[in-house]
Design a protein around this ligand. Structure first.
Ligand code: GLC
Length: 737
């Protein structure tokens, strides 16, 4: 985030005029409190719903009757730095109080969760990351930024860039998968898309990197659980996306709930001040996650709320989301010297810098024109969402080349997920309207399919055998849509069983038997937010398409792929296990002294495969790609890996060529493979191209347990291929002197 000298002078001048109360006010992030029955913050009420203290029905009743307290008096007194919400009219009202009625007229910053689109929702991150398309990552983020600003949101609590390797964790759906390099490319592109079009204050927002840091490493995939790792693991796996995003100019970050090696990230000096602010030089601010500060008491590292607040501010946490601890205790902490004015000034300066950089002092309001602009989704936004959706679909299996279908075939569509447009947007999509969403059933009809829907079962439904029989008799091909409801992934959605939910597997067993008996084809489309344990499905189902939760255009995208208008090109950004017990499972693992194999005394299971069912980077196409002989050329600063690639089929297609590396012998054991590059290659039927991926020698190192980046001479293996398992390999002996 770059400010001009003039902007910095304005920030310092403002800071010098501020009273202690006004400084503390900037560190206070409010959300509308629900009043009447539950006088708690909206965030806390959500927590109460999530943990069952408040039932869904009670919540609906409260929301229908409760009014909201927007803390207008505190805003007027300069005691509020930011507000959460997505209503532009309300945002303008509150902003007017802050700008015109508070003593110094410092504007609020309005924040909201816009993780994969606001009104025009696009694929969940784990799906979009599978496109391996940074240019697309950037364009979808630009759509989100524009729609956010028009909704009075200048600050997106995004991108979520937590590397995650355990699919039991519900939030694996929100992030870019298991690989630090892909996650770093994703993070950088999202920052560019959210922040870089500063041609108008209507086009950019402040990003908020989350959840800082290692939240995805929560033990046993249980949300909010403890994380424990070496310094080298932290720097090699979980920090890279944040480092990359800060280098791209990220304006803010959000501290994560988890404790890291015994110190909660909300008040962790090593991660916040030492690493993010001093080492990476992030000049924006850090906000806590919801209630994060007070939870440090529950963690057992703070005596009480006041102690938690003091430790948090001193560690480098600049803004308090939802607990009012800074508002209540910082003044005394400053007056008693527990927190220095210098520390508080640093926090306030960072917050003022972001507001200045956002242009809020000059343009604090959303124009009427802009408010109206996205009442209906703009065509160009919908087009980007549809493109992203199509490109995010992964073809996992296509026995007998059943796909693509042709429109002469009568389709029997089954699975309740197929007919429910309110399930297409996935977790953490908050601003969409049902009428803007396209179910798979609607998408098939839109594409001219001869399709009939049969109510046979779904994630939480009983199976209807009569309807199954009808579907298998009346259609030429059965398309079964199975997977997860939106509420089965996202926050507070950890699962011990990540195999197919409910009775969907039984439904598929019945469909398999009856389609075989009727001589019909069976196509399975997955709608899910996390990698599922698909051992049974892979062993029995002939055709499997991974369609994730793709956003408002899901139905049209799935139809395009099923009919071959779009040749599927995506790969998996996360490994899929055969069964639960394999979690966590990921490709970039160390060798161990006894790599898993058939022989007994190795790192293998007695009752499960050693390898992932579908590995990172895996995905098929309707055409076939033939790789030529891999060549490696060394230059002064790089290894250039070249390979011929031929589209050997009758369809145009896109292959994502991946480059991996192994540091065979090092001062710390290194992963058997690490992604170091990739490129999307479009090839017409029969076309052949030379593909080159360069690996900079400077990128062949790793972080040691002092957090120092080291490059060590020695033997390296370079791999190139269409996924992390099936690759060609060449060895090089590298010297970095
Ligand atoms: C939630 C989430 C975080 C979100 C915040 C505000 O608890 O952990 O991702 O941005 O609260 O809604």
């Amino acid at each position: 985030m770059k400010l001009t000298t003039e902007q910095m002078e304005k920030v310092e001048n403002l800071l010098s005029q501020m009273t202690l109360d006004e400084k503390i006010g900037q560190t206070n992030l409010e959300s509308p409190s629900i009043v009447g029955g539950f006088d708690v913050s909206f965030e806390e009420l959500i927590e109460m719903v999530n943990d069952g203290r408040v039932s869904q029905d009670e919540f609906k009743k409260i929301m229908s009757t409760a009014s909201r307290d927007y803390h207008e008096d505190d805003i007027r007194a300069g005691l509020v730095g930011g507000m959460m919400g997505d209503d532009p009219v309300k945002a303008n009202e509150l902003q007017k109080i802050a700008v015109e009625e508070s003593r110094l007229g410092i504007p609020l910053i309005m924040g909201y969760d816009v993780i994969h689109g606001l009104r025009t929702v696009y694929p969940i991150a784990i799906a979009e990351a599978g496109t391996f398309d940074p240019e697309l990552f950037e364009r979808t983020a630009q759509v989100a930024a524009k729609e956010s600003r028009a909704s009075g949101i200048e600050w997106n609590f995004a991108p979520m860039i937590d590397v995650a390797r355990d699919a039991r964790w519900g939030r694996v759906s929100e992030g870019p998968g298991e690989d630090p390099y892909l996650a770093s490319c994703f993070a950088k592109a999202k920052i560019r898309g959210l922040q870089n079009d500063q041609s108008s204050t209507e086009n950019y927002v402040a990003a908020c990197l989350k959840h800082y840091v290692a939240y995805g490493a929560c033990e046993s995939g249980r949300d909010y659980n403890t994380t424990s790792m070496s310094v080298s693991q932290l720097h090699n796996v979980y920090l890279p996306p944040f480092k990359a995003a800060v280098e791209e100019g990220a304006a803010s970050a959000m501290a994560s709930f988890n404790d890291l090696n015994g110190v909660p990230c909300t008040l962790n000096p090593y991660t916040l001040r030492d690493t993010l602010k001093e080492r990476y030089k992030m000049n924006g601010f850090v906000v806590s996650d919801a209630n994060g500060i007070v939870e440090c008491v529950t963690h057992g590292i703070a005596e009480d709320a006041k102690d938690a607040g003091i430790q948090s501010m001193n560690a480098g946490l600049d803004m308090d989301m939802g607990t009012h601890i800074y508002k209540e205790y910082l003044k005394e902490a400053i007056e008693t010297g527990k927190v220095s004015m210098e520390v508080l000034d640093d926090a306030v300066r960072r917050i003022l810098m972001v507001k200045m950089w956002l242009g809020l002092f000059e343009n604090p309001y959303v124009s009427e024109k802009n408010i109206e602009k996205y009442k209906t989704l703009p065509e160009e936004h919908v087009a980007v969402s549809l493109e992203a959706a199509k490109k995010s679909i992964v073809l996992l299996k296509n026995e007998g080349q059943v796909l693509p279908l042709n429109r002469k075939q009568k389709i029997s569509l089954v699975g309740t997920l197929a007919a429910n447009r309110d399930e297409v947007c996935g977790a953490w999509a908050m601003g969409w309207k049902s009428e803007d969403c396209v179910s798979i059933w609607e998408g098939l009809k839109n594409s001219g399919a001869d399709v009939a829907y049969y109510l046979c079962g779904g994630p939480e439904d009983e199976i209807n055998e009569d309807e199954i029989v009808k579907a298998c008799i009346e259609g030429d091909v059965v398309v079964a849509v199975i997977g997860e409801l939106v509420n089965m992934t996202g926050e507070a959605s950890s699962k011990a069983n990540i195999e197919m939910p409910g009775k969907q597997r039984q439904m598929m067993e019945s469909l398999l038997e009856k389609t075989k008996a009727a001589g019909k084809s069976l196509v399975t489309v997955l709608m899910n937010g996390r990698p599922l344990g698909l051992g049974w499905e892979d062993a029995h189902l002939p055709v499997i398409v991974e369609a994730w939760h793709l956003g408002v255009q899901m139905g049209n995208a799935v139809a395009a792929v099923l009919f071959g208008d779009e040749n599927p090109s995506a790969k998996l950004a996360s490994s899929f296990p055969s069964m639960n017990g394999q979690c966590p499972i990921y490709y970039n693992h160390p060798s161990t002294g006894r790599p898993g194999s058939k022989s007994k005394f190795t790192s293998r299971y007695l009752d499960a495969p050693f390898e992932a069912l579908y590995p990172f980077g895996y995905g098929l196409s309707y055409t076939t790609f033939i790789y030529g002989e891999m060549q490696v050329e060394e230059t002064a600063d790089t290894y250039d890996i070249r390979v011929g690639l031929k589209n050997d089929g009758e369809r145009d297609g896109t292959e994502i060529v991946q480059l991996y590396m192994q540091d065979v012998t090092a001062s710390l054991v290194r992963p058997v493979k690490e992604l170091k590059g990739f490129v999307r290659v479009d090839l017409k039927a029969g076309e052949e191209k030379k593909v080159t991926i360069s690996l900079a020698k400077a990128d062949m190192g790793f972080y040691d347990n002092q957090g120092t980046y080291v490059l060590e001479d020695g033997l390296f293996r370079l791999y190139i291929g269409g996924n992390s398992r099936d690759c060609q390999c060449r060895e090089v002996r590298a010297s970095f002197k």
